[in-house]
Design a protein around this ligand. Structure first.
Ligand code: FMN
Length: 151
């Protein structure tokens, strides 16, 4: 079977947040990522998963139907709850082209990245302001794009 192309013309980038139902151990995160990367590679999904203190932030990139299908699978995963899609947009190129699913924890993040993540997680506590939410999600994506290009 031919692998799906990483150079598809129409690409979606989806950013969501969620809460782990209980703290994830390193081994649990490794197991999650190993399976996720296999699936993502065969469905031309790229992206980044961040885990901070029981909260997840994930950015998924790929063909719209592939991202939507994975988003549905992920939403029904019992390891987390409260999945909120924060930003969904069409992109012309992938920010995480080399990552079938990158992973970062708090210690791997710069101070501005940690602050942006915290701001995004905080939107769960009150009525979400769509403009602020999109803005913060955008900051996170941009920050990672800059860092990825720099490394
Ligand atoms: C926070 C979080 C992020 C996930 N990210 C991915 C992912 O990027 N790709 C993937 O295939 N599965 C991911 N999963 C796992 C899926 O939710 C699901 O367990 C997996 O697709 C297997 O589904 P199945 O049990 O229906 O076979 C993630 C799960 C969680 C909790």
């Amino acid at each position: 079977m031919t692998q799906p192309s990483l150079c598809a013309k129409t690409l979606t980038q989806l950013t969501y947040i969620s809460s782990a139902v209980r703290p994830m151990t390193g081994d649990e995160l490794t197991a999650l990522l190993t399976k996720a990367r296999t699936y993502n590679r065969s469905h031309a999904i790229t992206g980044m998963l961040i885990y901070i203190d029981g909260s997840f932030l994930q950015i998924l990139e790929g063909e719209p139907s592939a991202v939507l299908a994975l988003n549905e699978r992920i939403k029904s995963d019992p390891r987390h709850s409260g999945v909120i899609n924060m930003l969904s947009r069409t992109i012309s190129q992938r920010a995480f082209a080399d990552w079938s699913m990158g992973f970062k924890e708090a210690a791997d993040l710069s101070e501005p990245e940690q602050q942006a993540c915290a701001a995004l997680f905080a939107t769960r506590k009150g009525p979400a302001n769509a403009i602020t939410t999109d803005h913060v999600a955008e900051i996170i994506v941009r920050s990672f794009i800059t860092n990825n290009l720099a490394h």
